[in-house]
Design a protein around this ligand. Structure first.
Ligand SMILES: [Zn+2]
Length: 84
């Protein structure tokens, strides 16, 4: 996993290789999540599975830990989606 910095906000990010073979920029901290079918948030596990989930679940609901895609937390994410 290569460390890098977001070009938008300068935050430290890591590139996690997903099982689909793509590298996804993620926040470097592992976050607890609860896997939820159809959940609207995403986490990437350490072995690269992208999980639909609820991040930081309330008490007792943690099923695993994973990385959060940086575009979900980046204050500059809107700029990215506009830029081609
Ligand atoms: Zn950023």
């Amino acid at each position: 996993m290569a460390k890098s910095y977001c070009r938008g906000c300068g935050a430290e990010i890591i590139w996690v290789k997903t099982t689909a073979g793509k590298s996804m920029p993620c926040d470097p901290r592992l976050i607890p999540f609860r896997a939820v079918a159809g959940g609207k948030e995403r986490a990437v596990t350490m072995d690269g599975k992208v999980i639909s989930c609820e991040l930081r679940p309330m008490r007792g609901g943690v099923t695993d830990f994973g990385y959060v895609p940086h575009f979900a937390t980046c204050p500059q994410a809107r700029k990215f989606s506009k830029r081609k």
